[in-house]
Design a protein around this ligand. Structure first.
Ligand SMILES: NC(=O)c1ccc[n+]([C@@H]2O[C@H](COP(=O)([O-])OP(=O)(O)OC[C@H]3O[C@@H](n4cnc5c(N)ncnc54)[C@H](OP(=O)(O)O)[C@@H]3O)[C@@H](O)[C@H]2O)c1
Length: 336
């Protein structure tokens, strides 16, 4: 049966600097019944991700900007509650690029069945989803991690970083995580098998703290943060080291003119390979990578956490928390 009302978040304004709750507007509207070829999906979980900050800005990027007054988009997991699409039935659990919304009526080919085996469906948005695949691509394909490498991961207790560090450990690396809270640092070393963790908020001289944690230097830096964290790691890169540039969240709330011109502090690192990547460019390998992650999770070689806020109302708070570090592991919103 089709429900009556839907609530969804719209982009109300383009933030300058840190986004605030006022940049989002919760709209109530009727639920549209699916037409031919369409499905109606009830969202169970929606994913909030740092890249969304870029889409709130009207600037050139690999992802198109969202328009003011347009619905916020998100990767979601949900349940088909009505289907006019051959191949999907009521009750099927699907994932797709949908909206910050309770319901979405979309073409059936915009969603696919969720394949997570015995794991919770939310993992299709976390360790078995885009963040897990990003961790794999950055560590294995771009970072080309080797046994014996010293690997530093920033935003190490987040969705991507926590998995990247564990993959580097499985590959035989010595893994050091950088994060912003002692509890997160303890999680990395005590539960995820990181060899050391540095709290960038309390370390004082961060470059010295990285040197202490990495006595043989840094062979691979999995870059999630940028700015001063990045500078502190760059100081200790070895000859023929690599930087896998996954993201630079510390810069996402800075306006263009304020973003430091870089790459900084690479003046004595002429043999370092710096390579950025976007996980969607590796979509052809998604199935292979997901299978590998599923096996590691089932063997408890890779552990994961999800931080979940409750209700569609909480989506902006969940998103804003990414820039404060309120999440451990993947930040999700449970909608239904
Ligand atoms: N290239 C790709 O295809 C791709 C795909 C997905 C994600 N990414 C990038 O990967 C990075 C991590 O994304 P995620 O989804 O896994 O997010 P996440 O790490 O789960 O959450 C963001 C974390 O960043 C840290 N952080 C926020 N502001 C910071 C600052 N100013 N300085 C230092 N640390 C800060 C916080 O942890 P602390 O408590 O430790 O500060 C926060 O928990 C982001 O840069 C994102 O853009 C790239």
């Amino acid at each position: 049966m089709t429900p009556d009302t839907n609530r969804r978040w719209l982009l109300a304004s383009r933030p300058t600097g840190e986004p605030t709750r006022e940049d989002f507007e919760l709209e109530e509207s009727d639920v549209s019944e699916p037409g031919p070829g369409e499905v109606l999906v009830r969202t169970r979980y929606l994913s909030v991700d740092p890249y969304m900050r870029g889409r709130m800005r009207d600037a050139d990027s690999y992802a198109d900007p969202w328009g003011i007054g347009e619905p916020m988009r998100a990767r979601c997991v949900g349940e088909v509650v009505d289907s006019e699409y051959d191949g999907l039935e009521t009750g099927d659990v699907v994932a797709g690029n949908l909206y910050w919304a309770e319901y979405a009526t979309v073409d059936g080919d915009r969603v696919e069945r969720v394949e997570v085996g015995d794991l919770p469906v939310s993992t299709a948005l976390s360790v078995l989803g885009m963040p897990g695949r990003t961790a794999y691509v950055g560590t294995v394909d771009v970072g080309r991690v080797e046994p014996g490498d010293t690997v530093v991961v920033s935003a190490a207790a987040g969705a991507v970083g926590s998995v990247a560090g564990q993959i580097a450990r499985i590959a035989g690396g010595r893994v050091v995580g950088i994060t912003g809270a002692d509890e997160k640092a303890d999680w990395l070393t005590d539960e995820l098998g990181f060899d050391a963790a540095v709290n960038y908020r309390t370390a004082g001289d961060l470059s010295a703290a990285v040197a202490e944690a990495c006595p043989r230097g840094v062979d691979l830096y999995f870059e999630n943060v940028g700015g001063e964290v990045s500078d502190a790691v760059t100081d200790h890169l070895t000859d023929y080291s690599r930087i896998a540039v996954c993201g630079k969240i510390a810069l996402y709330n800075q306006e263009d003119g304020d973003v430091p011109r870089g790459p900084r502090r690479l003046h004595q690192r002429t043999r370092t390979r710096v390579e950025g990547f976007i996980v969607s460019d590796h979509a052809h390998r998604a199935e292979h990578i997901t299978d590998r992650l599923r096996r590691w999770v089932s063997e408890e070689e890779v552990r994961y956490r999800e931080t979940v806020t409750e209700g569609i109302e909480s989506a902006p708070e969940a998103f804003l928390g990414l820039f404060e570090g309120t999440n451990v592991g993947k930040q999700l919103v449970r909608v239904a």
